[in-house]
Design a binder for this molecule. Structure first.
Ligand SMILES: C[S@@+](CC[C@H](N)C(=O)[O-])C[C@H]1O[C@@H](n2cnc3c(N)ncnc32)[C@H](O)[C@@H]1O
Length: 243
């Protein structure tokens, strides 16, 4: 009946949402595109529920398209007769492989309903891990920095796919940014690292991001509640925006 795209969060199994866990526990088959997502899923379901999908290690678009078509043909009958789940780290709709599967299912297996269970994305988890506060009213751009790229422009940027931190760092610092790197944040496997030093994360690891903030950015952080009596008022929707 349904294929659920389930976001597992950044990589610690207790950061899976309650809804995600419920869907995984009720699924006939749980498909996973990689080793890390599989290991998180295995904290919630038995190994015999995990379905195998083969993805070639290639950037060739034709080969990848064929692999996704095959994956869709494998998943579709399971989802048509019961409940299947496809897990991704973070959120299934943020820079994720799930989009390929959904598009192919829409085109070739329209009988399968697809639903998404959002997950805690690295886009938001980074803020806690790096001790960053994105104030109300501030902008935050999500960009890619693969291959040593240094995207510039917005005052605050979260950069995914930092594969050559020293090269990315050079460009960003020259353009006037302060940069902090985060590696394997909230992840069970591998060592978590938070550092302003690109040399610490020079060795390539796919699960590396960076937060770049324009140097000397004015922070207009009001002490708005200084004059407001009582903590309960802070939660009052008339006082705060509720966000
Ligand atoms: C293809 S994107 C997937 C994003 C994922 N769907 C999400 O919502 O977080 C992969 C990139 O996200 C970043 N990333 C994802 N999880 C991370 C983590 N736990 N720690 C650090 N970076 C992470 C890295 O920059 C990595 O190259």
């Amino acid at each position: 009946m349904t294929l659920y795209g389930v976001g597992l969060g950044p990589g610690e199994s207790d950061l899976v949402t309650v809804r995600g866990k419920r869907i995984l526990e009720g699924a006939d088959v749980v498909y996973s595109p990689g080793r890390l997502s599989r290991s998180v899923a295995l904290d919630h379901v038995e190994a015999d529920v995990i379905g195998d999908l083969d993805f070639p290690m290639t950037r060739d678009p034709e080969k990848l398209r064929n692999a996704w078509k095959e994956a869709a043909s494998e998943v579709a009958p399971v989802a048509a007769d019961g409940t299947a789940a496809f897990v991704t780290l973070g959120d299934p709709n943020v820079y994720s492989t799930f989009g390929h599967l959904r598009r192919i299912l829409d085109a070739f297996h329209p009988e399968v309903d697809v639903e998404v269970v959002p997950g805690v994305s690295a886009v938001t988890a980074f803020a806690t891990a790096l001790g960053v506060e994105i104030d109300a009213g501030a902008g935050l751009a999500l960009r890619e920095a693969a291959g040593g790229k240094s995207p510039i422009g917005p005052d605050r940027q979260i950069l995914f796919k930092v594969t050559d931190a020293p090269a990315t760092h050079e460009g960003l610092v020259e353009a006037g940014y302060d940069v902090t790197y985060g590696r394997r944040l909230f992840m069970e496997q591998g060592e978590t690292l938070v550092t302003p030093n690109p040399a610490d994360v020079a060795e390539r690891d796919y699960y590396t991001l960076a937060y770049a903030e324009r140097r000397g950015l004015e922070k207009d952080r009001p002490t708005a509640f200084d004059g407001v009596a009582g903590e309960s008022d802070v939660d009052n929707e008339e006082v705060s925006t509720g966000d």
